[in-house]
Design a protein around this ligand. Structure first.
Ligand code: DGY
Length: 321
């Protein structure tokens, strides 16, 4: 029997690619280019399923061009802001994501960003590599302790809670804002703030861990930055679109904020170039889920979702939207 046709829009880890080549008539993207809408429509022609990443914009006009036989779009990501879920549903296409696959890896990166920002990681690396390190001295590159600081977590889902677990080990007090308050067993002593402004006022370090939605777009703007304590640090491992870049850059320049640690950017990889000139911006290239184990889990979960739908079963991680 002919295998179902699977259109895979980006390069996959070797173990994931081996499984999909075993089970599917797979259309791969050997150059790993980010496809245009026309290329996505052409690649999907005659396909039963698509495996996409957060780099592919699955917009309503594109969904209208997808073939009738396409049953499922599974994304190799937790976030699904790049997919028009309603448009897919209207065409009878199931959408699925990969929740829980990257919790620990992303929380690790949040702590790396906190440390990099608080301990001046970029300035220190640059000094050593430029050969400008003249030896130990009492005042060189002083940062701040994480211990004793208040960590404000915006978005206390799986990743937010994993960040909290780590931060407790660093001696931080945890505050959070979430759509709904967690059960005491999940709070683990974290202090709930029913409104975001209340959280901001006590966040010596703010970690953004909420999903990108229309409501969270540019949420951290000049007004909300002004609510943070002077000298606060902002860390973002969620989505760059949640920050007003001009406002954050102004606050990093003025000293209102001590530093920022950013793994995600609006319009990435074309981040606002002003960040590149800021020594107090500790910048990473969207590495949250970039471990071998995590990327395998993401790919296997995407394939589990596709397998289920093509076998006539519900996708285990269907997006309710
Ligand atoms: C996610 O899954 O949302 C990661 O950021 C990769 O896009």
């Amino acid at each position: 029997m002919a295998k179902p046709v699977l259109f895979v829009t980006r390069r996959m880890p070797p173990a994931v690619e081996a499984r999909l080549l075993r089970d599917y008539d797979a259309r791969l993207n050997p150059d790993d280019r980010v496809y245009t809408a026309n290329e996505l429509a052409a690649g999907a022609d005659g396909a039963d399923a698509m495996l996409v990443c957060s780099t592919e914009k699955i917009t309503a006009p594109l969904v209208a061009r997808l073939p009738d036989r396409l049953k499922v779009i599974a994304t190799f990501s937790v976030g699904y802001e790049h997919i028009d879920i309603a448009a897919c549903r209207a065409r009878g296409i199931v959408t699925a994501n990969a929740p829980g696959t990257m919790t620990e890896a992303t929380a690790d990166i949040a702590l790396l960003l906190m440390l990099g920002a608080a301990r001046r990681g970029w300035e220190a690396q640059s000094m050593v590599r430029r050969g400008d390190w003249k030896g130990w001295d009492t005042m060189m590159l002083l940062g701040i302790d994480l211990a004793g600081k208040r960590l404000g977590i915006f978005g206390m889902g799986r990743i937010g809670q994993a960040v909290a677990r780590r931060a407790r080990g660093f001696g931080m007090t945890i505050h959070y804002h979430n759509r709904s308050r967690l059960q005491p067993a999940d709070e683990q002593g974290a202090i709930y703030h029913a409104d975001l402004d209340g959280l901001l006022a006590v966040s010596d370090i703010l970690s953004i861990n909420a999903p990108a939605t229309a409501e969270t777009r540019r949420l951290l703007d000049a007004r909300r930055i002004a609510r943070l304590p002077d000298g606060a640090i902002v860390v973002n491992t969620a989505r760059g679109e949640m920050i007003d870049d001009a406002a954050l850059i102004a606050a990093l320049k003025s000293g209102k904020l001590r530093a920022a640690g950013l793994d995600v950017f609006a319009g990435e990889p074309n981040l606002d170039p002003a960040y590149l000139d800021l020594p107090n911006a500790y910048l990473l290239p969207h590495l949250g889920s970039a471990t071998v184990e995590t990327r395998d889990r993401m790919g296997f979960m995407a394939l589990d979702n596709i397998d289920a739908v093509l076998a006539g079963r519900p996708a285990p991680n269907a997006i309710a939207g």
